[in-house]
Write a protein that binds this ligand. Structure first.
Ligand code: ADP
Ligand code: ASP
Ligand code: MG
Length: 418
């Protein structure tokens, strides 16, 4: 008898019909003899609607209250899904994050799961029920409700799978798996059959929102194998696991893009030791995530610092920057919200030169200007204008031959290193 965790995202539970379809899938697993836990998201666009309601009241709502609000979305789904299973003649129980024993830290709106106290879920499974857990939410040791950041139900599912020692962790979504690019932007994107944690981490970190970054970190740290697949058909999806020799040895796994960040530039900062530490220390104190950082060549004792940050953190980021600009005597600062980041991810980059050269050449030929560049061992990211993001994704997908099973860098122009 296997223990199966199945997570269903917003569009998979977006209507009463969809909820009934999910109920039938869970019952089918139960009928096969498995012990079944479902983790579910808020229905359709409910989380976005709740966010819009909060913003209509306040530009910077207290984060504790934000969590109180956002956690309601998932609570609707768990109750309705338990009712759906009941009408089909099977036994289920819905549990909030708190009831399911999901203990998190106290960082409201981006809390991290610290522990799964699995006893209540285990008891319910032992009594023969299908257990339905609200994704995206946890409880601090002080009894406060938290949420885990956008896409956080993925992380709930992986953590629950780890905590229960599940045999299978399936993430059901509205596409067939992880693709070589967002299939909504590049229609010839190809489904990847299996991908390593290492590559999936970079794809998730750079905008492939099909899995939340933290869910992949959690899976890697606890050895949870994830199967990403569609809730609309029965096709095999994408397996995310430790790299092994059965995986396709592609040089480039995929092209990702992200339009959720903004760029902040501080001009004419005094160029002396400790200034960058001061700027980024203040941002860290304000709980602002910083992604790319560029400091230009210093002229006449001053320098410009640019960084990118999630638009969600922008209110706090600009408050911190305003203060630091005054304290340091910098000349001015500005925010650009119309940027995008396009990235190439692939483990083969480590050993194949010429990837960066081909990336920059292809983007230049398509008329895409590069504003910032950053790299890791298996990723190259460029910040570009937001209105060029679709053309950039399609250009790179084609340039690296990702629609076919090809190994393009073997024939790409060689360049010394990256
Ligand atoms: P869910 O509500 O099921 O959690 P999400 O909207 O969070 O679904 O994630 C699925 C979406 O991720 C897809 O609809 C797709 O547009 C997007 N996506 C972006 N990049 C990729 C990629 N490389 N592979 C698959 N999907 C991707
Ligand atoms: N409902 C939350 C969101 O929209 C969590 C999730 O769907 O994973 O981000
Ligand atoms: Mg999601």
């Amino acid at each position: 008898m296997a223990l199966v965790v199945q997570k269903y995202g917003g569009s998979s539970v977006g209507s009463p019909d969809r909820l009934m379809a999910v109920a039938r899938r869970l019952i089918a697993a139960k009928e096969r003899g498995d012990r079944v836990v479902a983790v579910v998201s808020a229905m359709g666009d409910v989380t976005d609607e709740l966010l819009a309601k909060a913003r209509a009241i306040s530009a910077d709502p207290p984060e504790r209250e934000m969590d109180m609000l956002l956690a309601t979305g998932e609570q609707v789904t768990i109750a309705l899904l338990a009712m759906a299973i009941d009408t089909l003649g099977y036994q289920a129980i819905s549990l909030t994050g708190a009831q399911a024993g999901i203990v998190s830290d106290a960082v409201h709106t981006k809390a991290r799961i610290q522990e799964i106290r699995a006893s209540r879920m285990m008891e319910a499974l032992d009594s023969g029920r299908i257990v339905i857990v609200a994704g995206f939410q946890g409880l601090t040791s002080d009894g406060e409700i938290t949420t885990l950041g956008r896409g956080g139900s993925d992380t709930t599912a992986v953590a629950v799978a780890a905590g229960l020692g599940a045999d299978v962790c399936e993430i059901y979504t509205d596409v067939d798996g992880v693709f070589t690019a967002d299939p909504r932007v590049e229609s010839s994107a190809r489904k990847i059959d299996a991908i390593s944690y290492e590559e999936m981490l970079e794809m998730a970190a750079t905008g492939a929102r099909v899995l939340q970054l933290r869910s992949v970190e959690f899976a890697r740290n606890h050895g949870v194998v994830i199967h990403v697949r569609s809730s609309f058909n029965d096709r095999e999806g994408t397996i995310v696991k430790e790299a092994d020799e059965t995986m396709e040895q592609a040089i480039i796994s995929g092209v990702t893009h992200d339009t959720s960040e903004a760029k902040v530039t501080v001009r004419d900062v005094p160029d002396r030791p400790g200034v960058a530490a001061e700027v980024f220390g203040r941002l860290a104190d304000a709980n602002v995530n910083v992604d790319m950082i560029i400091q230009n060549v210093s002229e006449a004792g001053t320098t410009d610092i640019s960084f990118t940050t999630p638009k969600d953190d922008l209110v706090r980021a600009t408050k911190a920057v305003r203060e630091v600009v005054e304290d340091l005597g910098a000349r001015e600062w500005s925010v650009d919200e119309s940027i995008a980041k396009v990235s190439l991810v692939g483990a083969g980059m480590k050993t194949h030169p010429g990837v960066a050269a081909l990336m920059f050449r292809s983007l230049a030929d398509a008329g895409v200007n590069l504003d910032m560049i950053s790299t890791s061992a298996i990723r190259i990211s460029c910040v570009i204008a937001a209105d060029q993001v679709d053309i950039a994704v399609r250009t790179l997908h084609k340039a690296f031959g990702l629609e076919e099973r090809s190994v393009v860098a073997e024939t790409s122009p060689a360049a010394p290193g990256r």
